[in-house]
Design a protein. Structure first.
Ligand code: FAD
Length: 376
């Protein structure tokens, strides 16, 4: 039996475990390690933030993972020796024949001066819960949704948050008393798709949301309640909802796995420069955006690579970077964009306009994954 250790049970780690349970049940013994007791879909944080679902309702507990060759351990990874493929957690030491790092991107609210004292973040489950508590008493003033770092997961999410905030305030009858600003370092909402970006820009404009593209909030002055931008502009606010700076988890950096902040991988196989050590998802510098569907696709390709390696047979084609991105557009509708980042000379993107049908498709997307990742 091959001892395979997966660090991180997010989109990447869960998809890889499910595939290894299907295709390598007699060949590999999988240890899946995560510090949390449960998984929360990224998009569910928006539902929690706006009070559509309760925090408990969106948690999928790892104790329910029912796969014959997968053992889940709720432990925190303290150190990784990629040369020896040895991992030390707060409870045990693991020696792996194959080690997969799927630890995602950490959020660093302290990297932005004033954010912790003078604002809120909505990218963690805890942050979304805190905002859900305070939003009902926000009745008037300036609300700013600000992206605080150049690299962040799910590029549509800040736009979705702005559109959903508009709906939330409208439903409460206080929208006219609030100005909403969206400050985003990207030059357009979804740079890979002009059509999708144009549709989102129209939705923002129709709702009177002030869109600041190519702009970056550098620091907050919590006493004066002013957001200061890198280009010298500033904006007074009453409520600041931020997307914090992202970085690779410190344990990965300390292990010497990163270059320029993230883990470089062979984009065809997700091998790192250490033999027997692979990495997928947000923690890598693969030439694709950071998104759950991307992490899942990378994990599926890595599963194919491992099947070919352990069972024999030809190596699979390289990861195509083809994925679907759903975008909440408010009013219960969802748009989507089918993107193919890596197959051709240039990325391609096919936009589907917002509808209730796509919203239902997105609901099924979550349901199918919950069943595949957690079911027996
Ligand atoms: C508000 C929001 C909306 C989003 N919407 C979408 C969407 O609609 N579609 C989409 O595709 N993506 C979306 N995303 C992005 C998506 O959630 C991430 O890109 C995706 O989860 C990345 O998968 P991953 O496996 O690389 O990392 P993660 O899913 O982040 O998993 C990493 C895991 O590692 C664990 N971990 C980290 N450090 C340690 C440690 N030291 N010890 C033990 N465990 C550790 C964490 O607990 C975590 O469970 C959204 C994200 C947010 C925040």
């Amino acid at each position: 039996m091959t001892a395979l250790v997966i660090l991180g049970a997010g989109f990447g780690g869960l998809e890889l475990s499910a595939r290894l349970a299907e295709d390598l049940v007699d060949e590999v013994e999988v240890t899946l390690i995560d510090r949390s007791d449960s998984f929360v879909f990224g998009f569910a944080k928006l539902d929690v933030m706006f009070g559509h679902r309760s925090p408990d309702d969106v948690r999928l507990y790892y104790r329910d993972v029912a796969k014959p060759n997968v053992q889940f351990r709720q432990e925190t990874v303290r150190s990784i020796d990629p040369q020896a493929r040895q991992v030390v957690t707060d409870r045990a030491t693991y020696d792996a024949d194959i080690l997969v790092v799927a630890l995602g991107a950490d959020l660093d609210p302290y990297a932005t001066p004033g954010l912790v004292e003078g604002g809120h973040e909505f990218y963690s489950p805890e942050g979304a819960e805190r905002i859900a508590e305070l939003l009902p008493s926000f009745e008037a003033g300036v609300a700013v949704i600000g992206v605080l770092g150049p690299v962040f997961k799910c590029p549509p999410a800040p736009n979705e948050a702005a559109l959903m905030l508009h709906d939330h305030l409208t439903a409460r009858g206080v929208r006219d008393a609030v100005t909403i600003h969206l400050i985003n370092p990207l030059e357009s909402p979804i740079p890979v798709s002009e059509e999708t970006s144009a549709a989102i820009v129209s939705l923002l404009a129709e709702r009177g949301i002030e869109h600041w593209p190519s702009a970056h909030v550098q620091r907050l002055d919590p006493a004066a309640k002013v957001a200061h931008l890198a280009d010298g502009r500033s904006l007074p606010y009453d409520l600041f909802l931020g997307v914090p700076v992202h970085r690779a988890p410190a344990v990965v950096v300390d292990a010497g796995l990163t270059e320029d902040g993230w883990i470089p991988v062979d984009p065809a196989t997700f091998a790192t420069r250490f033999p027997g050590v692979y990495a997928v998802g947000d923690v890598t510098s693969a030439p694709v955006p950071r998104a759950g569907t991307i992490a899942e696709g990378e994990a599926a390709t890595l599963a194919d690579v491992l099947v070919a390696t352990l069972k024999g047979g030809s190596q699979p084609p390289p990861y195509s970077g083809a994925t679907i991105c759903y975008i909440e557009t408010g009013g219960g509708t969802v748009a989507k964009v089918d993107v193919d980042f890596l197959s051709g000379a240039r990325p391609t993107a096919l936009f589907t306009a917002p509808s209730a049908e796509v919203a239902e498709e997105k609901r099924r997307f979550g349901e199918v994954r919950a069943r595949r990742w957690f079911g027996g």
